[in-house]
Design a binder for this molecule. Sequence first.
Ligand code: GLC
Length: 550
Amino acid sequence: MERKRWYKDMVFYQIWPRSFKDGNGDGMGDLWGVLEKLDYIKSLGCDGIWFSPIYPSPGADCGYDIADYMDIDPQFGGMEAFRQVLDGCHERGMKLIMDLVVNHTSDEHEWFQKSRQRIEPYTDYYIWRPAKPNGKLPNNWDSNFEGKAWTFDEVRGEYYLHLFAIKQPDLNMDNPLVREEVKKILRFWLDMGVDGFREDVITYISKPEGLPNDHLFPIYKGMSKYNHGPHIHEYLAEFKRDVLDHYDCFTLAEAPLVWPKRALKYIDEKNGQMDMMIQFQCVAADCLFTDYLPTKFNLRKMKRAFSSWQHKLSGRAWNMLYMENHDHPRIISRYGSEEFWRESGKTIATAFLFQQGTPFIYQGQEIGMLNWHPEDPEMYEDVQTRYTYAHSNLKKSPEVRLKKMWRSSRDSARTLVQWDDTPNAGFTTAEKPWFYANPNYTEINVAQQETDPDSILNFYRKAIALRKKLSCVRYGDYKEYQKNSGRLYVYSRQDDRQKILVVCSFSDKDTRFKAPKGFYMDGAEAALCNYPDPTSDTLRPYECRVYLWK
Ligand code: GLC
């Protein structure tokens, strides 16, 4: 049977629940808060929600350390509130997808507690290795968050592997019992009516036999060995064949360090095992390797990344489009300009929303939230930020080290959503929320932007509505122009019904613009722009335009 692939017509909204909205006044974001805001999300033109993890968790990595896969954390409202949110979405014609985190669990998960005591059948649920006689670790891999990837467990008397935090032991996916557990989890949520999954670092789940040393440069030592491991496609095909194919759902693979050619092995519509992929290239145009090594924003690098994914997936696979999520600092502070906040927020929206693929908007992105600048490193909550701050650039002054965190910390995207200008940004009625609001909430907030027709929020609404009206955005060809320009991103989309030309300035100066050959401006309708009168051949700072020919 031909799959419906309804996700191709949709726009998703990502909720990172702790900071989205507190509904019960205890200072922590929750599902009651989400219920209150479903109509708001729908009003953006979004028809789906991706929830970052809401399962019971000790919170060592803000929920990405799961202690029970088949329940909802009571602090978020438990299963009862979840069912209300799920029904609330479906009543509004919206879909809901969950985060599936099965590369690792929490060390407080029952499986790990039993595995460390060698209680069957859990003994081999994790990746255990004995200590070597010379006191060396089982191999030289680094964890992504906290030093080495191995920690000694006194109870079992062996080391366990953790590619992330110490409290996130990796599951042993080579054990068929573990794969059965994954299938049980998938069925559990799908049977309840969930519409799909975003699968966390899913390309890491198959580890190479013998866990060989790696010789990469110091950070992320190991990644070239465990990313895209030997059985990855086999395991994903098994999940698809045994479970996913029996439901009307979709899957989204999170995949660090992946290029289109490799991505097609996962998401080619003919023989892939998943439907879409979160690639990191589009959000790495201002860093060396990952966001944690920031450099100057390079527009050509961003354009190359976008165009390469648009071309190479065309006709074969479907793109997932995004500029922000809970793992990356805010995009205006990186690719745009805080000085031209409003204009650059809109140009960034336009740059990605008219490409082929399914857009995902991250909470607060639609009002142009910015990076956060805490005065004290102790204010950071994120395990990775705290580790990095304590261990890197130690010869530099505390001020310089703190500034580096302002630019690179994941917590910049995790401050409270700015709903209005009342205390704590209207996120909670509690006096002390679990985390901080960016002090700029008095100026940047939803309530203010609702009343301003020219706000970033209303621009997102217009852009999404336009996107949904145009068939060429869904299926048309993509072509980029003026590739060498260090100021402009220009592309067209065209099908047999219509054609659009998208022009986005990433410069704070006026920039001359000449229409590419074959585009006759006389017949064009200016369908979207972030300034009045988009007629001249000079683009103002961060001006964006979408021209339409019918
Ligand atoms: C993914 C998540 C991130 C998490 C990590 C470990 O990259 O997006 O937030 O910390 O995996 O689960």
